[in-house]
Design a protein around this ligand. Sequence first.
Ligand code: FE2
Length: 338
Amino acid sequence: MSTNQPYIAPLDPSRVAIIEKFGGKIIPLDPIGAEVHGIDLSSADTPPPDVVEALEHEMANRGFLVFKNEKQLEADDFLRASCWWGGKQLHSTHGIHPATPDRNRHIFRLSNDRRHGIPGVGPQWHNDGSFNTDTFSHSGYHIIRPAEKGGGTYFAHQGAAHDALPEERQEFWGRLSSVNSASGAVHPVVHVHPISGRKSIWLHLGMTGAVIEKLPDDDGFRLLDAEEMKQLCHEYNDILNAGLENGYAIAYEYQENDCVFIDNLAVAHRAAPEAHLPPEEQGLRIMHRSTVRGVQDLAPDFDLPVYINLNGPSPFGKGVWQAGGVGFRWDDGIPMQN
Ligand SMILES: [Fe+2]
């Protein structure tokens, strides 16, 4: 039983007015996200601070914004607009595909055809940059070529997903911290979103090497064992998937020239399964991703450090403690790739 109805904030009329005064239009998508029309991302000028703030707040509340562009943007326009948000500079840690325009190191080029971009990325729910202590504040997804037969991105609102959890799970998850398998960065499984103030769940389903539980009745910690990790990851997967039925997640299909910016602390995402089907079947898909520096550490509670060495012995006793690769495999039958 859920304790609360999952809540998605409607657009705030005063912010809508600020955006409209600047010549833009923001329209809610159902059930999460919003479309933005009339703001030219190819302009060299950043909109005034009140407009950027209004857009950034709505992105935090609704999860993501889709900028509808009349014409295809240049890579530089996309990257410049990425820096309107969060830490206001790019933080790029990925590989560079040879087909990337000018081999620009800030563009992560994805495709269902390996000649055009890196295939198979992000099939399970995750947030970008979880190997950093501050993660990425925002990510951009610029569709270069949508596949004819579709294959977009799923987004799920992590504040509403927390609402939807049973009270006893909220309490338990509130005592958990995840350890990133690639870096040892530690993040809370429940955090308070810095802009919306909403309690939000946060876990990477393809790069988690350990989960630490703060014991309820004393100052100690323990590790989840393999069975508990499986259960946690399945529950996390299920509660985000349930948003597709219960009004807090969306299967977003890109239209020509779309440029999506997400608040990476507010929504989890994963590639739609169709996004990874071969081009002969689905049509060719090419997308550019940008990633924006975090504003502050997504730091764990309970005085846990922001990094733990997963290659050393566990200070928390027995349990799953797995460095490297995709971390703990919580389901043998699913693709996992970062
Ligand atoms: Fe991603």
